[in-house]
Ligand binder design. Structure first.
Ligand SMILES: NC(=O)c1ccc[n+]([C@@H]2O[C@H](COP(=O)([O-])OP(=O)(O)OC[C@H]3O[C@@H](n4cnc5c(N)ncnc54)[C@H](O)[C@@H]3O)[C@@H](O)[C@H]2O)c1
Length: 327
C-alpha cells in the first residue's frame, strides 16, 4: 500500500503532501494540468503527468500502469468569491471531474481515497462545528465540495473502496525546509499581508467590519500547511489499520479574527498597516472554527502551541526568500 496518486500535486497543499509522502518512502504519481499549480513545486522524485482529471480513460491507464492503491484528491477550483460568479466552472471541475476520477477507479487496485474537503460545507449556522454538524454550505464552492463528498460516499459503496473526507479549515503558512508555499492565492489574508510586507507597501483590505464578532471582522480557524499535510499521512495509516471510512475536521479549534491576524503581523514586523475597509464579500461566513476532538483522539494529532506566530513567520520567510513569482 505504498503507491499513491495525488491529483493537484503541483498546488500549494498537494505539493506539500507529495513531498511528505516521498520522504516517508511512498511512491507518488502526480496528475495536475498546472491551471493554478506550478511545476517547480512538484517534488522531483514524483512521477508527473500534466493532465486534466477530466480525461477518465487516461487517468485509468495511469492508475493501472503505476499500480495505485491510494488516491489523494486535491485538484479543484478553490476561490470562494470566483465560485459565486462562475458556477459552471466550479461544478464542472469540483463535481463532474471528481466523478470522472471516481469512475476511473473501477477495475483497478485502488483501495483508499482521501479527499481535500473544506469547512465551507458547514455554512454559517453553527460557529463551532463537529463532523456531525448540519451541512448547509452558503457559498457555491462549499456546495460543490459537499456534492463531491456525496459522490465519494456513493462510489465507495459501489466500487468497494474506503475513504477519508478531510474538512480543512483555513490553510496558511509555508514549509520553509522544503521551500513550499503559496505562490498565487490572492484571496489569502496571510498571502496578501506577507506580499505587502515584501513589497514594503504595508496596506491591507478588510472585507466587512460590521459582522457580529468581537471586533466586527470575520473569525477563522487557521491551520499550518505542515499540519494539514501531516493529517493526510495520519489518515492513511489509520485507514489502512482500521479499514473504515471516516470524516475529520482539520483545524486547531481556535478562531482568530482578521483584525487579530493583522495585529499579529504588525507585532512580528514592528510596523503598522494602513487598513482599507471594503464591503462584505459574497459567500463569506462570519465565524467558523473546528471541534477537533476526533483528530486528537483517533489520529493522535497534537495541537501546536503559538500556532499563529509560526504561520506568520513562515509566510513572511516564504514570501521574502523563496517566492520569486509576483502576484
Ligand atoms: N487552501 C485552503 O485554505 C483550502 C481550504 C480548504 C480546502 N482546500 C482544498 O484543498 C485542495 C488544494 O487546494 P490548494 O490551496 O492547494 O489549491 P491550488 O490551486 O494551489 O491547488 C490545486 C491544484 O489542482 C490543479 N487542478 C485543478 N483542477 C484540475 C484538473 N481538472 N485537472 C488537473 N489538475 C487540476 C491545479 O493546477 C493546482 O495545482 C483543494 O481541493 C481545495 O478545495 C484548500
Amino acid at each position: 500500500m505504498k503507491n499513491v496518486l495525488v491529483t493537484g500535486g503541483a498546488g500549494y497543499i498537494g505539493s506539500k503532501i507529495t513531498t511528505d509522502l516521498i520522504n516517508k518512502n511512498y511512491n507518488v504519481v502526480v496528475v495536475d494540468d498546472l491551471r493554478t499549480g506550478y511545476k517547480k513545486l512538484i517534488n522531483k522524485r514524483a512521477i508527473f503527468y500534466k493532465k486534466n482529471i477530466y480525461f477518465r480513460n487516461q487517468l485509468k491507464k495511469i492508475i493501472i500502469k503505476n499500480k495505485i492503491n491510494i488516491i489523494i484528491h486535491c485538484a479543484a477550483s478553490i476561490d470562494v468569491v470566483e465560485s459565486e460568479t462562475f458556477k459552471k466552472k466550479y461544478y464542472d471541475n469540483n463535481v463532474r471531474n471528481t466523478e470522472n476520477l471516481l469512475k476511473s477507479i473501477d477495475g483497478t487496485s485502488v483501495k483508499y481515497f482521501i479527499f481535500s474537503s473544506t469547512c465551507a460545507v458547514y455554512g454559517g449556522s453553527n460557529k463551532y462545528v463537529t463532523e456531525k454538524s448540519k451541512l448547509k454550505p452558503e457559498n457555491y464552492y462549499g456546495k460543490t465540495k459537499h456534492l463531491a463528498e456525496l459522490l465519494i460516499k456513493k462510489y465507495s459503496k459501489k466500487l468497494k473502496f474506503k475513504y477519508v473526507l478531510l474538512r480543512y479549515f483555513n490553510v496558511a503558512g509555508s514549509d520553509i525546509v522544503n521551500k513550499i508555499g503559496c505562490i498565487r492565492n490572492t484571496n489569502s489574508l496571510f498571502k496578501n499581508l506577507s506580499l505587502s510586507i515584501k513589497n514594503k507597501i504595508f496596506k491591507i483590505n478588510i472585507y466587512g467590519n460590521d459582522y457580529k464578532t468581537i471586533d466586527g471582522t470575520c473569525i477563522r480557524d487557521f491551520i499550518h500547511l505542515n499540519d494539514i499535510s501531516k493529517l493526510h499521512l495520519l489518515s492513511i495509516m489509520k485507514l489502512i489499520k482500521s479499514g473504515k471510512s471516516n470524516i475529520y475536521n482539520c483545524g486547531y479549534g481556535k478562531g482568530f479574527s482578521v483584525s487579530q491576524v493583522i495585529k499579529a503581523f504588525e507585532k512580528e514586523v514592528k510596523n503598522k498597516f494602513k487598513i482599507n475597509i471594503l464591503k462584505r464579500r459574497k459567500g463569506d461566513i462570519p465565524v467558523l472554527y473546528a471541534n477537533n476532538s476526533k483528530i486528537k483522539k483517533e489520529l493522535n494529532f497534537k495541537i501546536p502551541s503559538n500556532s499563529l506566530e509560526k504561520i506568520i513567520k513562515s509566510s513572511i520567510i516564504w514570501e521574502q526568500r523563496y517566492n520569486k513569482n509576483e502576484t
